[in-house]
Design a protein around this ligand. Sequence first.
Ligand code: FES
Length: 101
Amino acid sequence: MRIEIKTGNQQIIKRGKPVLIAVNQKIVTAHEGELVSTVLHCEGIRVFQRKHKNGKPSGIYCGMGICYECLVKINGVPNVRACQTPVAEGMIISTDIEEQG
Ligand code: FES
């Protein structure tokens, strides 16, 4: 997503090309350039996983790839940082995995 500032304080949001992805077995339209965490947040998903040790929920925390609280399963690969992964056509995302280790 890009925001272009026009004269007269009008802002126009330009989005990337629409792509279809699956989020917890639901087909969702996202846009190229968006992060997985953004799409999950827009879908109302705040808890990405529950920690194995204590069952506490985790999701977006730092938003910049440091905390590892936003781990999800993407295309069968567990523990992928949602806040660092751009969406791609046909991506399959699952938030119902347990934290590894
Ligand atoms: S929110 Fe901190 S690593 Fe993704």
